[in-house]
Design a protein around this ligand. Sequence first.
Ligand SMILES: Cc1ncc(COP(=O)(O)O)c(C=O)c1O
Length: 419
Amino acid sequence: MSLDWTKAFAPRALKLTASEIRELLKLINQPDIISFAGGIPDPALFPHAVLAETFHEILSNPETRGAALQYSVSEGYQPLREWLAQTYLPKVGIATHADNILITNGSQQGLEFLAKLFIGTGDRIIVTNPSYLGALQAFSLYEPTFVTVPVQGEGVDLAALETEMAKGAKFFYLTPDFGNPCGVTVPLDQRRAMLELAYRYGVPVIEDSAYDQLRYDGEPVPPLLALDNERVNQPRPLSEATAQGQVIYTGTFSKSIVPALRIGWVVAPQPVLQKLVLMKQASDLHTPTLNQMAMFKVADKIIFDHAAGIRSIYRDRRDAMLAAMKDFMPQGVTWTEPEGGMFVWVTLPEGLDAAELLAKAIPEIRVAFVPGAAFYPDRSGKNTIRLSFSVPPPERIREGIKRLGGLLTAAVEALKVKA
Ligand SMILES: Cc1ncc(COP(=O)(O)O)c(C=O)c1O
């Protein structure tokens, strides 16, 4: 008799299903497909030469190679934690201490640890609708009750947030800057209002800042953690003050340098951080020290110049996409105009199904995108699409949007006929 594995698995494992994004990425590697599907950085922009030189330097130096290849502490490579606390995070207005930082294997690991730390079966967690799929996947494993608050062009629906926070929740998760998937930036007054609600109802906030270096225009808006710092900072010393904050912040070099080294971080109050360190120990002991050392040296040398360079390239691509959308999208289709990040979020007229359109788009017009329903915990949003502009050059973007515009024009016409 063959074993029924699904009966052997824990119930939570049954929640793990292949994401549409991953399944899609398998299909779209053919060179003639114009892909707006993956939310990935352009590999042509990776700083490979400085990485090669840095790895060589670390491994050829007898004073560094032993430590680089040895086991290490779970908290992370201390010079990297200090650089983040003293150089990188203050640039976005965050005052913190190295002791409040855990280095993780990408920020994805931080999100997974936070899920493990906070969510018991059935616990209410609040997420924006839509939300980053990877976070939803990480949270799902711990079997929460997802409660959603809408996010649109003007930001998050604060009335809905208040209603849900008042009922209690383990945390509220959001990506306030050019969020994945919908590219929306939460305005300053809303950030302050959210924090007030979080304080009033005692709900921790998880702020995912994955795209912090990718702002193309407009003024930066301080992270919620910076606003949280303002409230609790004075006149206490920093490490003590951050212990009293209510915002947990995740960051990463995946979008601004390279994802492959898997260097992310969590900034958290001490009681949270201490638990996360124990989870890190239990999970994988530590993030590879060689990668942390290399990232520390590379980031210190190039991050701000490199980020400025990639910003100007991604800005051109975003502009190419927005211009083409104006030229080729039919009436009734709307989209966001992101100030940064990698995504334009498209809303189709009610009645159109983006998944059905994708099934046509790949074979017929050789264009790929992600149907938006994947980003809704309740699988609504069938008439939405996520388009990423980070990889194709501007002329391919224009051609892809022209083809997509043709497909959508036909779909909108067909919908009218049906009605
Ligand atoms: C909003 C958001 N958060 C977190 C991540 C995870 O990134 P990483 O684990 O590479 O740091 C991503 C990756 O796409 C993302 O879009």
